[in-house]
Design a protein around this ligand. Structure first.
Ligand SMILES: CC(C)(COP(=O)(O)OP(=O)(O)OC[C@H]1O[C@@H](n2cnc3c(N)ncnc32)[C@H](O)[C@@H]1OP(=O)(O)O)[C@@H](O)C(=O)NCCC(=O)NCCS
Length: 149
């Protein structure tokens, strides 16, 4: 059964804290950070969840109210057991559908080949690099998406 993509609700908080830990380990957002993200839903945050009876993925966007301001894709992840089955793509499709007419930016570690491939597949293009941005000296790649006319 394919998961449904739906907006996050407050009852998702604990599950997303746990899933984020599985997906990002030491780089996971703290429970407090997640609570702060949820508190901003309905203001400048959009959060979507891939749900197949349990939460298996999520995407978090910083969407400023002014449409001329770029959207930042802050986070996207899928449970390791569910990867390469199209869920990340479904989340990306649903996220970009909410970004009609806007510019979307994101930052990805240069060595994160899976995420980079996903982003390029959805039309993101590298616009700049921050050399040695991450601990350990890895570059950060800044990518941009704009809806094709
Ligand atoms: C990046 C991530 C969200 C992709 O999710 P996913 O559900 O596996 O993505 P999909 O199955 O929809 O893949 C769509 C396409 O992206 C590309 N892709 C995804 N993962 C890839 C990988 N590991 N290697 C190469 N290409 C990959 C492929 O083109 C894939 O299409 P295909 O399977 O038909 O070849 C997932 O790997 C993940 O959660 N990674 C850890 C968290 C992370 O690094 N997030 C990004 C930084 S915020």
């Amino acid at each position: 059964m394919r998961p449904g993509i739906r907006p996050a609700k407050s009852a998702d908080l604990d599950a997303l804290v746990a899933l984020d830990k599985v997906c990002f380990g030491d780089s996971a957002w703290s429970a407090e950070s997640w609570a702060a993200e949820f508190a901003r839903l309905g203001t400048d945050r959009v959060m979507l969840v891939a749900d197949e009876g349990m939460q298996v993925g999520y995407v978090v966007l910083l969407m400023p109210p002014a449409p001329e301001d770029p959207v930042d894709l802050l986070r996207i992840a899928v449970s390791p057991a569910d990867r390469r089955t199209g869920i990340g793509g479904q989340l990306m499709t649903a996220a970009l559908q909410r970004c009609t007419g806007r510019t979307v930016l994101l930052e990805v570690a240069a060595g994160n080949e899976g995420a980079g491939a996903l982003y390029r597949g959805y039309g993101f293009e590298e616009i700049s690099r921050r050399r040695g941005y991450y601990a350990g000296g890895e570059d950060a790649v800044i990518m941009q998406w704009q809806e094709k006319a």
